[in-house]
Design a binder for this molecule. Sequence first.
Ligand SMILES: [Zn+2]
Length: 352
Amino acid sequence: MTMNGNTKELLTILENLCPDDFELIINYILNNKLMLFQSTNSIKKIVLRDNPVECCSHCGSSSFVKNGKTKKKVQKYLCKDCGKTFCATTNKTPSYSKRYYRQWHDFIEAEVDELSLRNTAMKIGISKTTAFNWRHKIHKAAENFINSFQLSGKIEIDPTYIELNFKGTRPKNMKRPSKKRKFSEYRGLSKTKVCIVCAIDENDHIVLQVAGLGKESIADYNKIKDRLSNPSLLITDQAWGFTTFAKDLNCELDQIPTTAHKSINGNTLANVSQIQKELKEYISNYHGVATKYLQGYLNMFILKKMFNYKYDYDKLSSSIFLEIINSFCILKVKDIKNIRAPYDILPIYQTC
Ligand SMILES: [Zn+2]
């Protein structure tokens, strides 16, 4: 976290204080800390501090003018393109929340620590439903971070599979009642497995994309095509589809024989395998994740993993907190329940 001008100036003043004045200040801070942490306005202050207004919060247009102030003296703007008014906090993750700074901060910290919704709700003093909604808002906000980088240079790609999961979907919402038969009875790469295309480049940028059901195909690799920018080398297993994919991307391909761990050029899939191992542990920590919400969990996994490379553990949750609350997130609570899997899982469900 970088220190802003005001904080730096304040620290210089504090360093030059006499001990008795210093003690007065300490008492003042302790008395006011709780008030500041429990104010709904505190979180907005951070968003205002961190977000110089560069575009319209509704349509992204850079054509806007100042348009008065809110009751709390926050600058409002009028977009010349969509005609809507907005301010720096409009459509940011905590925009419509009446909760206070400490709750959002501690919630994101609990998500980073992968606590269960029940434990998080108890710890923060919110209902399990609010915790559920916040989790999905955070996952949606993480999408901005995911879309902010592309993979380049040397890239390891390998798909992984996890079981379809209908957790939280009531049988009455399915077109016919569920049967008790378990999907895992279907062996191998049947249509009851979700394919996740995993990729990591030489700079530790990660892509995890829910691609489809069953054995991977070129169509699945193509779903991450726009996430790759000027790749120089793809390292993959021997699946045939990669030859066409590498040709399309105009880059080299190094395939590792099924019977070996290394290619003849010495390349391995060690980094992507490690990510897959950690991903499986992460998912099992949540005791299974509903397939329709899976991409959100993957987004959060990537954000956490990449911030972990960048920040020490003691700064991890604070940096993720700032990233999330400063992100645009237009996911409304009423839309969360209606999130759908990115492909039709109903026909698969009906065959089981
Ligand atoms: Zn606009």
